[in-house]
Ligand binder design. Structure first.
Ligand SMILES: C[S@@+](CC[C@H](N)C(=O)[O-])C[C@H]1O[C@@H](n2cnc3c(N)ncnc32)[C@H](O)[C@@H]1O
Length: 427
């Protein structure tokens, strides 16, 4: 019997906590996974709970569409969680149907607030089972307000293709410290080398046990996330400023290229991850805790990277929760911060210096809109158009305007959604 078939009520109770945390706040799933209560779970139950939560998040749009017509009145949130997890098991996990239904009913029966709904949980799940699996409709996978935005920004066909990439768990992408080692490491890691030099591997499980992890010869970084630093093309001995550095994937790339790097971030807590990553890879950077907008340092840099805080809607393949946590008002608020940060980043460029602005967002207000507005208000800067194939970016991502608009379906097997543009100071 497989782990999935054997998982029982405790694993599903953990999934209830995981799904509610994931939908309550950003990084909620990571936080709950790190709690002592979660570490006390049997490893098998923990793995099942995580897998079930991720499937429920990936299919949440479809699941909620199936459930909505079944409610005469909206049940309490906990009952909805039980139903969502029940449906995820019925249609997308290899779990016996009777186990999916009976365990969710058993959990409903355990607390006073949900006990009176256990008949409803049973009836709805059995009814859906009779109706059969839902049709695959990519449009159902994303929240309707985001789907409408993507349709308006990128067109109906691309919006559907973007949404379709939510359904499947992505492979893991790695960046290598020494590009000359890429082919040999790819072989050891059962992966392939992508156009820009990232390794893509279908491996799963504990990264710390993968070859060459301890020696710090690679780090996890989505293929799209590795492209912006390559556009800066820093050379040994140049100075580079990473203005939003944590957890540090791009800092490591800058340092590996031989630059003298300052890694700045507002969050001291997140900067601990940068320090850990530097220690593991044996790379060096000066780590600074400060607000990028008000940092008083007067130094000027050959290369500045601004990987600005954003809605992160482009990261949904790995973090499907971002789509359900994001709210329409967030994008306008973040756009104000991004514009202030761009002005601050530009101030720190040496004459002739170059700046790459990027966001892991699919929203044009956070990408294209920022760069157009910046170039409009700052005539002393110019766009330095990105050339075809630069950084390993897929052809489809290169906009005629000279920036990269990377959409998740542009690369076979998927990539994070990212925007990146390169700017130079004219004098
Ligand atoms: C997209 S993440 C950066 C990811 C990072 N560049 C990497 O590749 O690992 C954005 C970061 O911006 C930081 N941040 C947000 N507002 C900031 C501010 N005003 N000043 C400096 N850092 C800020 C956040 O703490 C977060 O670590």
């Amino acid at each position: 019997m497989s782990d999935i078939e054997e998982a029982g009520v405790p694993a599903r109770e953990a999934a209830v906590q995981f799904l509610e945390a994931a939908l309550a706040r950003r990084a909620g799933l990571d936080e709950v996974m790190a709690t002592p209560a979660t570490s006390r779970l049997a490893p098998r139950d923990r793995a099942f709970a995580r897998a079930l939560t991720m499937v429920a998040l990936r299919r949440l749009g479809t699941i909620d569409r199936l459930l909505a017509p079944k409610f005469q009145r909206q049940p309490p949130d906990r009952v909805i969680t039980l139903l969502r997890l029940g449906v995820a098991q019925l249609f997308w996990l290899d779990v016996p149907d009777h186990a999916a239904v009976s365990t969710m009913v058993a959990i409903a029966d355990k607390t006073k607030a949900t006990r009176s709904f256990k008949g409803m949980v049973n009836a709805i799940l059995r009814g859906l089972l009779r109706d059969g699996p839902p049709a695959d409709d990519p449009e159902a996978l994303a929240p309707p307000w985001l789907m409408s935005r993507w349709q308006a920004a990128w067109g109906a066909a691309d919006a559907r293709a973007i949404a379709a990439t939510i359904a499947n768990e992505p492979a893991t992408d790695l960046t290598v410290r020494d590009p000359a080692e890429a082919a040999a490491l790819a072989e050891q890691l059962d992966g392939e080398v992508l156009a820009g030099g990232s390794i893509r591997t279908p491996r799963r499980g504990d990264l710390a046990e993968w070859p060459a992890f301890d020696e710090g010869r690679w780090w996890v970084q989505d293929a799209a996330a590795a492209i912006p630093v390559r556009l800066l093309a820093v050379k040994p001995g140049e100075t580079a400023l990473d203005l939003c550095a944590a957890p540090g994937g791009k800092t490591l790339q800058l340092a590996a290229a031989g630059a003298t790097v300052i890694a700045l971030d507002r969050s001291a807590d997140r900067l601990k991850r940068v320090a850990e990553n530097l220690a593991r890879t044996g790379l060096a950077a000066e780590v600074v805790t400060a607000d990028a907008r008000s940092w008083t340092d007067e130094r000027r840099f050959d290369a500045v990277l601004l990987d600005a805080p954003c809605s992160a809607t482009g990261t949904f393949r790995r973090h499907p929760d971002v789509l359900w946590i994001a709210a329409p008002g967030d994008i306008a608020k973040l756009a104000v911060v991004q514009s202030q940060m761009l002005d601050s980043a530009a101030r720190r460029l040496a004459p002739g210096g170059r700046l790459v602005y990027c966001v892991c967002s699919l929203e044009p207000e956070e990408g294209e809109g920022q760069i157009q507005a910046f170039l409009g208000r700052r005539p002393e800067f110019a766009l330095d158009p990105i050339r075809p194939g630069e950084g390993g970016a897929p052809e489809a991502s290169l906009s005629p305007k000279g920036w990269l608009r990377m959409l998740p379906h542009h690369m076979a097997g998927g990539m994070d959604g990212f925007f990146a543009a390169r700017i130079v100071r004219k004098a």
